[in-house]
Design a protein around this ligand. Sequence first.
Ligand code: ADP
Ligand code: MG
Ligand code: MG
Length: 890
Amino acid sequence: MEKNFVYMFDHPEAKGKEMLGGKGANLTEMTRIGLPVPYGFTITTAACNDYYDAGKKISPEVENEVTASLKTLEENTGKRLGDPRNPLLVSVRSGAVHSMPGMMDTVLNLGMNDETVKGIAELTENPRFSYDSYRRFIQMFGDVVLGVDSSLYEKRLEDFRNHYGYKSDVELTAEDWIEIIETYKDITQTEAGLTFPQNPKEQLFLTINAVFDSWNNKRAVTYRKLHDIPGHLGTAVNIQSMVFGNMGDHSGTGVAFTRNPSTGESELYGEYLINAQGEDVVAGIRTPQPIVDLAKEMPEVYQQLAETSQLLENHYGDMQDIEFTVEHGNLFMLQTRNGKRTAQAAVRIAVDMVKEGIMSEQEALLRVDPDQIDQLLHNHIDPEHKQQKLVSGLPASPGAATGQVVFDADEVELLANEGKDVILVRPETTPEDIHGIVASKATVTTRGGMTSHAAVVARGMGKACICGCEAMKIDLEAEYFTVGDTVVNKGDIITIDGASGEIFLGEIPMIAPELSDIFQLLLTWADEEADLDVRTNADTPEDVRKALEFGAAGIGLCRTEHMFMAPDRIPAVQKMILAETDEERQKALERLLPMQQQDFERMFETLQGRPINIRLLDPPLHEFLPNKEELLVEVTRLQLTAPESEELKEKENILRNVRLLEESNPMLGLRGCRLGMLHPEIYEMQLTAIFQAMSGVMRKGIDVTPEIMIPLVSTVDELKVMRQLAIDVAQKIEEKSHQTFTYLVGTMIETPRAALTANRVAEEADFFSFGTNDLTQMTFGFSRDDAEGKFLQHYVEHGILPKNPFMTLDQEGVGKLVESGIALGKSTKPGLKTGICGEHGGEKSSIQFCYDAGLDYVSCSPFRVPAARLAAAQATIHKQKQKKKALMHH
Ligand code: ADP
Ligand code: MG
Ligand code: MG
């Protein structure tokens, strides 16, 4: 097996992304199709793994290959690394398989030293440029390779500017830079304890080491965790000859998107800076100019850029995010990748590309990530309450948010953990702030453009963000900002609108979102493709209405206990629980009956014949009684103040009952169908409410198709008794009303025993609904609240569990019970209807699993329905593709 660790950009057998990383693969591809890419080579991810395997050492094989490739590069460019007369300068760029913008390190201008800087100055007849590049290199090398705090260099530069009264770096002369370079070397010496290395080869290998190391820096690890990127992949390293955007006014650097990443509109979109080097744009240090200005400043370059971006988009069949540099009027391409975008843009681009004939509906459906969809269900500011804005900036990522102003990322994280809504406000953000952006409701920066770090990261996460808000002056030390005369202190509440870029003082009411026409269209395509119904969990008539708006095919779980919880019903519920005689209990139930019946009537009417799965009462009864500690305090108080009172008697009675009902492990106690077995009158009341409502609504000519669900069954005999109860109640009402009802009676499969004996359980069930919340708890043997609060985080962080099993179905364990449960159930009853009603019903990988396992439907909360519809379509398409592949192999 040929085992190369290094590939030139024009290597005839170029490897893919897995080996070259995304950046390297695309530089190679752009070179192949003839675009102007500065020449260079890629050290593979395999070399990175080799480096880690060898205990963080570059092996002789890798070193030899790098040296050989460097030689090729030198021959090709006619320059030599370290040659004082005609030196080669290179960038050393990280580049992982999955793009991780700004998370790892890159060093520019490598090869600069005390000799080559003079050579470049002479060659370019531009000493100012040459010394500027040298000081940039020392700073980046110090930061990335030697771990020197970058702000020390910046502070030094700032002091220098202030001392000489310079307003910006552009004013500094070559002599100024020479002076600064000397002090930069001093800083490096003091901070890192070693002399800045003059030997370019040494510079190169130290930097390659550092880029490999950056794969495991804190921000890269955080980013990977956030985006589910495995840690074993490693990064590639690209060595590329430099081109210079900082050579004067005919040079510059920029970033462009082939379509608008915020709205999806089809237009060249981006920003650039004249006389600047690459990192200046992304770092958000100067606020760049919009790309349209380039059409005026350098019309030919603009034309070429527009054509190239079109070409790249067609070539990759997706919206591209491009880095370019202009050196003396010549355009160079430095990077292209599929662009990150908001959900809104993702949907629009997918639908547009179908209309433009670039892709099929199926492909378009695969292009939108269901996880991103809930962004479209963002709140926005209620226009009725729109106020005078305080200030505005660039609308970098849509969504509206209210929160208190905080200036420090660590503090944001702290407050957010306490449950506070926080908005991070910074002059600019760096990758070190990522945990703050994650924890905040929104981010605001005063500098930087739409392609700055904060904007890119926020868009990827679907968080609101405003950038380049220049009228805002921040004092980080004193922790406040001003806009004109207005002072906003840390902790003050502001509201921001990421879609318009506006910032307001105080809190403003928000309104819930609606689905756009384009999104509706995409979802119609999804429904056509999907072989799996998406239902919703809804407990109230309002939920049902909302869910139908979002396109639910029916109700997968209606939890009737929520009908007991309303404040006007709780007294009757408590009376029912506390009743000492059967008559008392019956009376209380009779008061509840019409209320529940009314709820069902309204839901049935709204559903217009769509199925509704109604679960009879599930939680333990003590949940409807007051809290024991509070009662104790109350009783003690009354014993002292009003020992003879009626109130005391009543409270003592309640307390006694609370104690009676108390269980050492309520999750495993008297709940679900066990309640129904001991107190059939409660279920009887609920069933009466259901069938009387059904009778009434049917009379109006509306179809009703209820599915009565018995919870927490662990043996078929429980179900048998409960099923008979349902049939008896239905029959009684059928006889009275001279109607015939069509309904199903089935069970939730949420105990391992029910799953294991599903063939028996199916004898008495028309349907199974897998209650994967409880099933997960009981399969693992831990309760969700305790697990999530105490050890689950630790487990996930240490790789003991890949994911939180309450969010993503544990396919290996719980999934096995689901699969065998379906198979066993269908062995008894081939026509058995099956679904899932845990939290998992809205999560894409779990939906794929449910589809593959052969379920008829998934059910999730109303707001997740659109994402689930898309995921259901994707699951179907993926399966079809697999089948096709399998056929082809035959
Ligand atoms: P990141 O992944 O953080 O964007 P890059 O490796 O893309 O890091 O480099 C950072 C910046 O430096 C980018 O703007 C890039 O265009 C610029 N850059 C990288 N290599 C070169 C080069 N050889 N010549 C000119 N600019 C470069
Ligand atoms: Mg880049
Ligand atoms: Mg349950």
